[in-house]
Design a protein around this ligand. Structure first.
Ligand code: ADP
Ligand code: ZN
Length: 213
């Protein structure tokens, strides 16, 4: 399947994407994961992106589009993809539309995960991420077996630099201003599917039904 997952930070895009990859071999493409890997590797891209990310601001559209133009042409995309955290602005959505036409592809749907703001805030402040494999934990609902150590790969599990209360509040403001308008954009395109996302399993079931799996 080929989907865009829309939703505020902490809405569960990453979790839902990971569940969907297990169903039909589609790959999860998370621009946030790609950028964090670049920061960790100290590449040019990472150096250009880090300050924006730490503040909870968006990385410039041009950097993101350069990443995605290459990424969507890779072989593993043939099995389908789940775009997680991209597009994030109207210009990115417009450029993605052109890019998909260029490579002759059509999305199945744009899924908007709707979660109340208090749930989002609670999830983000309690979220922990493995710096090695990107696995996501939660100190309340899904803790690691051993504190600070990833169950899957043994890597360090920490709070992200952009998950301080200040950065989180900025990320939510940026989301409302720059990303929330994408719902209207995709509604116009006739592609929007809105799902109340309090349980990831319910979201996955709704998506399976929509794409006929
Ligand atoms: P979230 O948990 O907020 O959805 P992500 O892991 O998707 O976080 O992204 C983390 C950060 O990476 C964002 O706050 C932003 O700085 C940057 N980023 C990720 N994807 C994009 C994008 N499509 N456009 C601009 N910036 C992005
Ligand atoms: Zn790990």
């Amino acid at each position: 399947m080929k989907l865009i997952l829309l939703g505020a930070p902490g809405a569960g895009k990453g979790t839902v994407a990971k569940l969907l990859t297990a169903i039909d071999g589609s790959v999860q493409i998370s621009t946030g994961d790609i950028l964090r890997a670049a920061v960790k590797a100290g590449s040019d891209l990472g150096k250009q992106a880090k300050a924006f990310m730490d503040a909870g601001d968006l990385v410039p559209d041009e950097l993101i589009m350069n990443i995605m133009k290459d990424r969507l042409r890779e072989d593993d995309c043939k099995a389908g993809y789940l775009l997680d955290g991209f597009p994030r602005t109207i210009p990115q959505a417009e450029q993605l539309k052109v890019l998909l036409e260029e490579i002759g592809e059509k999305l199945d749907a744009v899924v908007s995960l709707e979660v109340p703001r208090d749930v989002i805030l609670d999830r983000l402040t309690t979220r922990r991420t493995c710096t090695d494999c990107g696995a996501i934990y939660n100190v309340k609902s899904n803790p690691t077996k051993e504190e600070g150590k990833c169950d899957k790969c043994g890597g360090p599990v920490v709070q992200r630099d952009d998950e301080t209360e200040e950065a989180i509040s900025n990320r939510l403001d940026v989301y409302n201003e720059k990303t929330a308008p994408l719902a209207g954009f995709y509604k116009n395109e006739g592609m929007l599917m809105e799902v109340v996302a309090t349980s990831s399993d319910a979201v996955v079931d709704a998506i399976k039904e929509k794409v006929g799996l």
